[in-house]
Design a binder for this molecule. Structure first.
Ligand SMILES: [Zn+2]
Ligand SMILES: [Zn+2]
Length: 69
C-alpha cells in the first residue's frame, strides 16, 4: 500500500468518472480508468481503444480496470 496520504479524487473533464490515485490513468477516448500507465498504454491502438476484457483485465466496483496477474 502507498503511504497514508490524503487521496484526492481526480475527475475527467469529458465524462462523469472520478478516481483516486495519481498512478491511475483515465483514457480521454474510451473513458475507461486504468490501474496504471502500462495498462493504459497497452489498450491504446493507433485509431481505437481495445476493450479491457480482450486484455484479460477485471473491473473494480469503482470502474477501474486492473490486471489480476
Ligand atoms: Zn481508451
Ligand atoms: Zn472520461
Amino acid at each position: 500500500m502507498a503511504g497514508y496520504q490524503h487521496l484526492l479524487a481526480i475527475r475527467c473533464g469529458g465524462c462523469s468518472a472520478t478516481w483516486a490515485g495519481e498512478s491511475r490513468a483515465h483514457c480521454a477516448r474510451c473513458h475507461r480508468t486504468w490501474d496504471n500507465v502500462d495498462l493504459f498504454d497497452t489498450h491504446l491502438e493507433e485509431d481505437r481503444c481495445l476493450h479491457p476484457r480482450t486484455l484479460g483485465l477485471v473491473e473494480t466496483k469503482n470502474h477501474i480496470w486492473y490486471s489480476t496477474e
